[in-house]
Design a binder for this molecule. Structure first.
Ligand code: GTP
Ligand code: MG
Length: 609
């Protein structure tokens, strides 16, 4: 089956000079370079009924063992790994269905195939249709807004700056000692990536079946139904491809989430789409990932299609690395189609490891031969005369969990706004750092609106919410139409509050783009759940990808494959910050003309004086 497309029409020409004489000095950068349990259906009743205050009497959790640090390379700055607290398991259906309890009352949750708009029109317009509706609701309901804010834009800026200074000067809110957890296993957010049709969903569906978390009857049912629509071979993929459209087309479109446990780990599995049309969903998943499995197709000619320009293998690998994922297993899949040929495995390993280590910057990618279809080497070691290494499950069990920075400053990235009124907003999002409790006083950035956390719930029924938890909560305050949006961040006051800005210094890796990035080029910036137009305002220097050395100051352009430090300006203030302060809020991706053109990390925020 071939769904490969050779489209690389990166489009930044709007902002490019016609004059490319400088390309004479275009120099491509030198390549230096058991019990297994399943909680898919275990969404607690507590969670669904939290609004009636149930789910608050769960047993006192116990402390998890401290986790080791995630290794980082010399190129990327060290990751802050402050606290030993580990987030709770979070099942797939919980994430996918998180909106269910509240939306039932107000609206049907849409299947959000493309979480982010591909062409943002500006911060105020970077709304999903759902949010546009919410803003309308708010306008209707906020008949008596009681925030007295200055009206002219100049006054408003001064007012905001004043507000921010006061918030930052406020004494730190004392942080609570992280409460012990029920779970004792480390949590790993694991993303499965790779070129379209590499067999990602089949591989993971089969693994879940072999772990007995999906029963054989369900697979048989899938096989029967898939056969009726002429897609019998997709039975295992249907475990993760849950929507009708995905099943009909035989293509993963949105991140499929589920969770399971291995001997030592709790795994939140994120099955990414391989098709380039859905790359923004892949990026969303990657920005939540701690480790990755890159699946490649060993079938004759297919590895090459995925690996060459136009294929997603390289782009996915670069995205992983650029978004801070350092742990990688490469699953060389569909080896049954080449009779488990050692030569083919070696050929793929050799080609790919040069790229992964020298260009993408992974230090030790591990290669494992598998067949997602026939099931060899998934949960049991297989009998091969040329391979006696670990099976896929053993490698998953060996991933190292990052320590969620629970004792860091509070950062909750809002990924859904469910219900809005003038005084209450119901939202959900991930606690990227810090902890939060009911009645905590918080601020919403970048709008600088004070609010109080009211009803709050996560899937584990705990009363305490820490870094790593996905929570749904109510914010009480006085809101204007755009006070709370997808991409807003909830913070506390004090020295480590988040000061919104529109200028940032970013270190990035440029992908296979047709036209280089020049000063003044426009793009779309993606960071956590935010999407906003931005401009490359300064090209500061290019750098050597493998050791971070400066290659050229003030380059005139940044071409494909290069690494560079640039200054960018967003159309409006946004709540992102240095990667060293908060990984999740410091990972950024740039897209243009429907393609990912670069990704990287925020080095610093340049706040207005
Ligand atoms: P996208 O999510 O759309 O990128 O695809 P995917 O990588 O998830 O691939 P999927 O699991 O949907 O599988 C695509 C096709 O490859 C299906 O027909 C599978 O049966 C087939 N396939 C997957 N793994 C194997 C394998 O190990 N061997 C063989 N022979 N076929 C496989
Ligand atoms: Mg898939």
């Amino acid at each position: 089956m071939s769904r490969h497309r050779n489209i690389r029409n990166i489009n930044i020409e709007d902002e490019m000079d016609d004059d490319y004489d400088d390309y004479d000095d275009y120099e491509d950068e030198e390549e230096s370079e058991k019990p297994y349990t399943y909680d898919r259906n275990s969404l607690s009743a507590n969670y669904y009924t939290y609004l009636t205050d149930s789910g608050r009497n769960s047993p006192t959790p116990t402390a998890p063992p401290p986790a080791a640090n995630v290794p980082t390379s010399s190129y990327y700055p060290p990751v802050s790994t402050a606290s030993p607290t580990v987030a709770p398991a979070f099942s797939a259906s919980i994430v996918r269905n998180m909106t269910a309890p509240l939306l039932q009352q107000h609206q049907k949750p849409p299947k959000n195939v493309n979480n982010r708009p591909s062409t943002p029109q500006g911060a105020s317009n970077v709304n999903t249709p759902k949010r546009t509706q919410q803003v309308k609701n708010l306008q209707a309901e906020s008949a008596t807004p009681n925030v007295s804010r200055p009206s002219s834009e100049v006054d408003l800026t001064a007012y905001r700056r004043n507000q921010l200074q006061n918030i930052a000067k406020a004494p730190s809110v004392p942080r609570k000692t992280p409460k012990p957890r029920v779970a004792e296993k480390d949590l790993i957010n694991l993303i499965v990536v790779g070129h379209v049709d590499a067999g990602k969903s089949t591989l993971m569906g089969h693994l879940l079946h072999d772990l007995e978390v999906i029963d054989t009857r369900t697979i048989d049912k899938f096989r029967h139904e898939a056969a009726r629509s002429g897609k019998a071979s997709f039975a295992f993929a249907w475990v993760l491809d849950e929507t009708e459209e995905e099943r009909e087309r035989g293509v993963t479109m949105d991140i499929g989430r589920t969770s399971f446990e291995t001997s030592n780990r709790r795994i939140v599995l994120l099955d990414a789409p391989g098709h380039k049309d859905f790359i923004s969903n892949m990026i969303t998943g990657t920005s939540q990932a701690d480790a990755a499995i890159l699946v490649v197709n060993a079938t004759t000619g297919e590895f090459e299609t995925g690996f060459e320009n136009g294929g997603q293998t390289k782009e996915h690998a670069l995205l992983l690395r650029s978004l801070g994922v350092t742990q990688l297993v490469v699953a060389v899949n569909k080896l049954d189609t080449v009779e488990w040929s050692f030569e083919r495995f070696e050929e793929i390993r050799n080609n790919l490891s040069v790229f992964l280590t020298r260009q993408a910057g992974f230090s030790k990618p591990i290669f494992v031969p598998v067949s997602g279809f026939t099931g060899e080497n998934l949960v049991k070691r297989m009998d091969l005369d040329w391979y006696d290494g670990p099976c896929l499950l053993e490698l998953i069990d060996n991933f190292v969990a990052p320590q969620p920075p629970s004792d860091g400053p509070l950062r909750i990235g809002i990924s859904d706004v469910h219900k809005v009124s003038a005084n209450q907003v119901v939202v959900s999002g991930k606690i990227e750092s810090g902890e939060v409790d009911k009645d905590d006083k918080v601020y919403i950035m970048p709008s600088v609106i004070p609010a109080t956390i009211k009803d709050c719930a996560s899937n584990n029924g705990s009363k305490h919410y820490f870094a790593g938890d996905y929570i749904m909560f109510t914010l009480q305050g006085t809101f204007e139409p755009e006070s709370v949006q997808v991409g807003s961040v909830v913070v506390k006051s004090g020295p480590d509050t988040l000061i919104p800005s529109r200028k940032f210094q970013v270190r990035l890796v440029v992908f296979e783009i047709a036209t280089p990035i020049i000063k003044g080029a426009k793009s779309e910036l993606y960071a956590h759940s935010l999407c906003i137009p931005c401009t490359f305002t300064k090209l500061i220097h290019t750098i050597n990808k493998s050791n971070g050395e400066v290659l050229k100051q003030k380059p005139r352009f940044i071409a494909k494959g290069m690494s560079a430090v640039v200054e960018i300006e967003t159309d409006h203030d946004v709540a992102i910050e240095a990667f060293t302060s908060c990984r999740a809020l410091g990972r950024v991706t740039f897209r243009s003309g429907g393609n990912t053109i670069a990704a990287g990390i925020v080095e610093k925020s340049i706040t207005p004086q």
